[in-house]
Design a protein around this ligand. Structure first.
Ligand code: F6R
Length: 591
């Protein structure tokens, strides 16, 4: 959950690295650091955001044509200057940046301590730099020293390594953490994610697990067990603007508001790929979806869509709980793993254990070339474009629509109906956003001081309730709880008293009447009832109106979008950094 970027080329790179690091801040933002090779290794580190690091840099003096930078989400050791990356070897000639966790670092560290090494930090990464330094004898190259170190390391890593002895070179390796290479003209990059170098090149290659890359200004060579491997360089279609604010105050707002534009992209899929997955689902003994957080909520909606529309029953499992059920999976099972980042450790762990049992795994992923895409039997891309805000918004809508496309494919209606369905959805989402801006902003002012907010819904709208609550709490830092409306009376109702806000997701589908009854239970306790519906009702104290006449399978999407907006405006009203909510990171690569 850290962001790494490296540059080797002809230009002075400090500013390039800092600008790139800003695009990676979504991966971690508790401290940052940079190293440039300028005869010796020059370093700057700061606790907090990249802006704080930048304020320490005088670009006229701090420079070099090779360098690396890092933004950290602390695991081993608190956020502090010594714990920030890069870390150095004993001689101070080798610098390392790292995303991942070295699981056996304690054992390795005690060996190094007994050999007289002195450590400057509490991190697992510093152990790696010391080991590389130990293996970097006067007659070995940097890549040989790195290759010799790797067998000692257990855990996950994307590592970037530079040395003042070899100034025009970066060595990078990957095991279970993302690493892409940007291939430029007279300059090359390593990064955790493509947007980091998109301002400089749109040519990328993905480093696979177990590969080691050596970058110089004019060459990129990738090796596996010492043998050169040929890699495909692909052209990235995302524009650098897609990962910029473009006049919005926050990425979260930009990403909510661009949903009408991103939604139609889901049909720009390889139709054959969707049909292949559909065919596999038809023949499956059991279908299981695996995901975490918002992606799991999208899966819960997908479960209703596939069941109601296409007659396919499936289970949805939290990826972090999957291991407790793994034994009941066999070759007849088909898994659909859903992950925006394609890097979530809980998902990867579950996928690997399922694959080890012979289970076929398809994935729905947003980030091109991410670990999940490389380890799945087939991939459907969300096509949502880079999602920078930590809260998932447009990737959620893309996933929900992907299930409708799968359902159309299962019914043999894809070619005839997919485009119309998705374009219709985009138009309704646009209307929902436009109709609700004022209402939701005013409601946010009203709710910003509430100690807690509850969200209820039935059937397919239950998933909307829990997604609404998740978004609300992570962005506002106000307690929020979502539940099936029928469950309220089984406990949580004891918390409802005069003025307690309860958001009732109640579109005019077959759950309407029963949800009205549950909402009456709230009214009877003088709770503040906030209705989300296409059908007004006098039981609502406040009303978020969604467009009338929509396909009921679109209700979750149309109800969730204003709840994303509500979370955003409450977060802003409370002065929170809505793009980087405290303690969270976009890509959760720890279990
Ligand atoms: C909430 C949110 C998270 C993610 C979860 C899974 O707004 O973004 O709950 O949905 O961490 O992430 P991915 O989809 O990358 O596996």
């Amino acid at each position: 959950m850290c962001g790494i970027i490296g540059y080797v080329g002809d230009k002075n790179c400090a500013r390039i690295l800092v600008d790139s690091l800003k695009t990676l801040e979504y991966r971690g933002y508790d401290s940052a650091g940079i190293v440039v090779v300028n005869g010796k290794l020059e370093v700057k580190k700061a606790v907090g955001r990249v802006a704080g690091l930048e304020s320490q840099i005088d670009y006229s003096t701090f420079n070099g044509t090779t360098g690396m930078a890092h933004t950290r989400w602390a695991t081993h050791g608190k956020p502090s200057v010594p714990n920030s990356h890069p870390h150095f070897d004993q001689s101070g000639t080798v610098a390392v940046i790292h995303n991942g966790i070295i699981e056996n670092f304690a054992e390795l560290k005690s060996g190094l301590l007994s050999r007289g090494h002195v450590f400057a930090s509490e991190t697992d990464t510093e152990v790696v730099s010391h080991l590389i330094g130990e293996n970097y004898s006067s007659d070995s190259t940097l890549e040989e020293a790195v290759a010799k170190t790797l067998p000692l390391l257990h855990g996950s890593y994307a590592l970037g390594v530079v040395s003042s002895r070899d100034p025009g070179k970066i060595v990078a390796v990957r095991k279970s953490s993302p690493l892409v290479i940007g291939v430029g003209k007279g300059e090359n990059f390593i990064a955790s994610d493509v947007p980091a170098f998109l301002a400089h090149t749109n040519k990328a290659l993905v480093v696979d697990d177990g590969e080691l890359a050596v970058l110089t200004p004019r060459s990129v060579e990738v090796f596996r067990r010492g043998k050169r491997v040929k890699k495909d360089v692909w052209k990235v279609t995302w524009t650098p603007e897609a990962a910029k604010l473009g006049g919005y105050p926050y990425f979260m707002l930009k990403e909510i508001e661009e949903q009408p534009a991103t939604i139609p992209r889901v049909v720009a899929q390889n139709e054959a790929g969707i049909r292949r997955v559909a065919a596999k689902l038809k023949g499956a003994k059991r279908v299981v979806m695996l995901a975490c957080g918002t992606s799991r909520h999208a899966a819960l909606i997908g479960r209703y869509i596939l069941m109601k529309d296409a007659g396919i029953y499936c289970d949805v499992m939290l990826a972090s709980e999957f291991s407790h059920f793994a034994q009941s999976m066999d070759r007849g099972t088909v898994i659909i793993a859903i992950s925006q980042s394609g890097e979530t450790a809980d998902v990867m762990d579950a996928v690997r254990s399922a694959k080890a049992r012979g289970v076929c795994v398809y994935s729905i992923v947003n980030v091109l070339g991410s670990t999940l895409t490389r380890e799945s039997d087939g991939v459907i891309y969300m096509q949502a474009g880079p999602e920078v805000g930590v809260a998932a918004t447009k990737s959620f809508s893309a996933t929900v629509l992907m299930f409708s496309l799968l359902s159309l494919a299962l019914q043999g209606r894809y070619r005839k109906d997919a485009k119309g369905f998705v374009d219709g959805a985009a138009a309704l989402v646009k209307k929902t956003i436009e109709d609700n801006r004022g209402t939701v902003k005013a409601l946010a002012e009203e709710l910003k001081g509430s100690p807690a907010v509850y969200f209820i819904g039935r059937g397919i709208n239950f998933a909307t309730a829990i997604e609404g609550a998740l978004k609300f709490k992570e962005i506002s830092y106000i307690h929020a709880e979502g539940m099936p409306a029928g469950e309220l009376k089984h406990g949580t109702l004891s918390l409802v008293e005069k003025g307690v806000p309860v958001v009732t997701i109640n579109p005019a589908d077959d759950t309407y009447e029963e949800t009205v009854s549950n909402t009456m239970e709230v009214r009877a306790r003088e709770g503040l009832v906030i209705g989300v519906s296409d059908r007004p009702n006098k039981i609502y104290d406040r009303f978020i109106r969604i467009p009338e006449g929509a396909d009921p399978l679109l209700y979750p999407l149309l109800s969730t979008v204003p709840l994303q907006m509500l979370a955003y405006y409450v977060g802003v009203a409370r002065g929170n950094d809505v793009d980087k909510p405290r303690n969270l990171a976009k890509s959760v690569t720890v279990k």
